[in-house]
Design a protein. Structure first.
Length: 192
């Protein structure tokens, strides 16, 4: 098969469609959509998100030293898309979208009640990268809707996280499981 070079471009799969929660300087709850993000450390547990300095949430994260990462289900796709297009400076996104902001018990940031999975983060590191600032948040708590458990562990099918396709500019859902981790590869153990 022929391979095509696309040059340097921010393209990786899968990308999340996170709703990042912050309070602005007046204490108003705000959310923004973030696709540049993911777990970046196990101990202490940390997640990184990248935000353009011109975004309204950027300065709120710096001022409050906190943010939440709310993982929306596919059912919230339209609301997630709107949260990425509207500016929190001119819009009360929670009210306009019929979402419920609940104060985090661990950090100075709001949670989106309707999201099945929520990470409450304290700002640990800030890195100026160019077009974006990367914020590394230490995860102080993770909350999950109880209905999203299977045999006592989070179940990705029940969480039904919304995914973003940066190449085609579309949203996707998680497909069927392929197999068990730390099991599929066993057949290759001991080779060469």
């Amino acid at each position: 098969m022929k391979r095509i070079d696309l040059g340097p471009t921010p393209l990786a799969y899968p990308l999340p469609a996170f709703l990042v929660g912050t309070y602005d300087s007046e204490g108003r709850a705000n959310i923004m959509t973030v696709a540049w993000g993911g777990i970046c450390c196990s101990e202490p547990p940390c997640i990184a998100i990248s935000v353009r300095p011109g975004r309204y949430s950027h300065d709120a994260i710096l001022a409050r030293k906190a943010f939440t990462v709310n993982v929306p289900s596919v059912a919230l796709a339209g609301k997630v898309d709107f949260a990425g297009m509207a500016c929190g400076k001119n819009s009360d996104k929670f009210m306009e979208l019929g979402l419920t902001a609940e104060r985090s018990s661990r950090v100075d940031a709001p949670c989106v009640v309707q999201c099945p999975l929520i990470l409450e983060c304290s700002l640990r590191h800030t890195l100026e990268l160019g077009s974006h600032t990367q914020f590394v948040g230490e995860i102080l708590n993770v909350s999950l809707l109880e209905v999203c458990l299977e045999d006592g562990a989070p179940d990705i099918q029940k969480i039904d996280p919304l995914l973003y396709d940066g190449g085609q500019k579309r949203y996707h859902c998680v497909g069927e499981p392929v197999g068990r981790a730390f099991s599929l590869g066993k057949r290759f153990m001991g080779r060469g």
